[in-house]
Design a binder for this molecule. Structure first.
Ligand SMILES: C[S@@+](CC[C@H](N)C(=O)[O-])C[C@H]1O[C@@H](n2cnc3c(N)ncnc32)[C@H](O)[C@@H]1O
Length: 193
């Protein structure tokens, strides 16, 4: 997938123009604190949400066009957005975050890159830190569709983080963007301290 090309062409069907409803609901009910990373932040809506809620947030994306568009959309927090690769994060991002917010980053990746995603989380999240995710589950809803997005089963998500993480919260949210009802799961994982 050429992510930057998708943004340059405006072919960003995943972008809903607003922060994730389940993520907002969770963070309003369970305020997080500390330095926060949004990997694969795209046009930055979840970064804006985190900033609105008072988090010290950084949005990271591999696509320069996405980051330029995020800065343009949210000029007051433009300095919060950086271009970079979650799989090989810059030195200043390593071990730096108390919280990682996941929203449609992992589901954009083909299954063979999920181990790299996990490694990227390990490289950026502090021991004891929280991975708060809206995960795109339910692969059976679109039989025959090859992706992206690449949904994953709940057991596959559990297996990916079985070693070194414990589940803190886990439920199917009762809010969603139209069309995503029943496809998302809010799962929060705490990295072992
Ligand atoms: C499906 S899009 C979701 C964007 C945004 N989270 C949203 O909900 O609109 C996946 C994003 O992950 C970014 N991405 C893919 N691989 C990445 C990597 N290795 N490091 C950082 N960002 C990456 C892409 O450029 C893209 O913006």
């Amino acid at each position: 997938m050429n992510w930057d090309e998708a943004y340059r062409k405006g072919e960003v069907y995943w972008d809903k123009g607003a922060p994730s409803l389940p993520l907002r609901q969770y963070l309003e009910r369970h305020p997080a604190k500390g330095r926060t990373l949004v990997p694969g932040c795209g046009r930055g809506h979840e970064v804006a949400l985190a900033a609105e809620l008072g988090l010290d947030v950084t949005g990271l994306d591999i696509a320069p066009t996405a980051i330029a568009e995020a800065k343009a959309a949210y000029p007051k927090i433009a300095d919060r957005f950086i271009v970079g690769d979650l799989f090989n994060p810059a030195a200043g991002l390593r071990g730096a975050f108390d919280v990682v917010l996941e929203h449609t980053c992992m589901s954009g990746l083909p299954p063979e890159l999920r181990a790299s995603y996990r490694r990227g989380i390990d490289l950026t999240l502090k021991p004891g830190g929280l991975l708060i995710g809206v995960w795109f589950i339910n692969p059976n809803l679109d039989p025959g569709y090859a992706g992206p997005p690449f949904p994953f089963s709940v057991p596959a998500l559990t297996a990916l983080f079985a070693d070194g993480y414990t589940i803190v919260d886990d439920y199917v949210p009762d809010v969603a963007f139209p069309g995503r009802e029943g496809r998302e799961r809010l799962r929060v994982l705490r990295r072992a301290g």
